[in-house]
Design a protein around this ligand. Structure first.
Ligand code: MD3
Ligand code: FE
Length: 203
């Protein structure tokens, strides 16, 4: 597979997954969400709801509630362990991440066509040497990213279904977010929208 280095540490694999692979992954995610339904995360302290709904697979899952952000081994509503990470995603990580250990967490973000995600850093992990691998499915989005401090200059990219991004080294702590979903740009998901999967090493 061929990558474009967008900036040091940030690699984009355009259409790393073809349509058939996207459909397989969509079915994997559908099964995971039957066991571990999407939940509505809220902001620490304020309790304001995210517009994105979430679930996880793998030994650990990322959650946010009034008490804070953290990784935990069970679903916040059902209290059951998260389902395992699908083999297709583990293979992608082993092929592309260039890291000697498997991920221990996979966050599943579901964006309805009106959802977005404000600029933030991913800093709840203990291991910043491990990269983060992100897979986009469904409608395209406008993804925005900047430097390691809030408020500097930013760039943006359109992420489409099947695209894979890897954030490592100097890109691992950059600010990033999703400005908006580009509605009706994909027929993969029903209901329509976008799913983003991020594979991480939390511990
Ligand atoms: C850059 N998700 O879940 S994926 C997130 O499309 C998150 O759902 C967005 O930001 C989404 O935390 C963006 C791209 C992404 C994911 C993790 C990163 C970019 C990143 C971690 C560090 C730097
Ligand atoms: Fe993030």
């Amino acid at each position: 597979m061929t990558a474009v280095e967008i900036r040091p540490g940030l690699h984009l694999y355009k259409t790393a997954l073809d349509r058939a692979a996207q459909e397989t992954l969509r079915e994997n995610i559908r099964e995971i969400l039957r066991e571990a339904p999407l939940f509505q995360p809220v902001m620490p302290r304020t309790g304001k709801a995210f517009s994105v709904r979430m679930s996880n697979c793998g030994p650990l899952g990322w959650v946010s509630d009034r008490a804070g952000y953290r990784y935990q081994p069970e679903h916040p509503v059902t209290a059951k362990p998260w389902p395992p990470i699908p083999e297709t995603l583990l293979r992608l990580w082993r092929d592309l991440a260039g890291y000697p250990h498997d991920p221990d967490a996979c966050l599943i973000n579901y964006y309805d066509p009106a959802a977005k995600m404000g600029a933030h850093q991913d800093v709840d992990e203990q291991d910043f040497d491990a990269p983060i691998l992100s897979v986009s499915l469904g409608c395209a989005c406008r993804f925005r990213f900047g430097g390691e401090t809030r408020g500097g200059s930013t760039q943006s990219l359109v992420l489409e279904s099947g695209d894979v991004l890897i954030f490592g080294g100097p890109a691992r702590k950059m600010f990033h977010g999703v400005d908006r979903i580009l509605a009706k740009t994909s027929t993969l998901l029903d209901p329509p929208g976008r799913i983003n999967l991020t594979l991480r090493r939390a511990r």
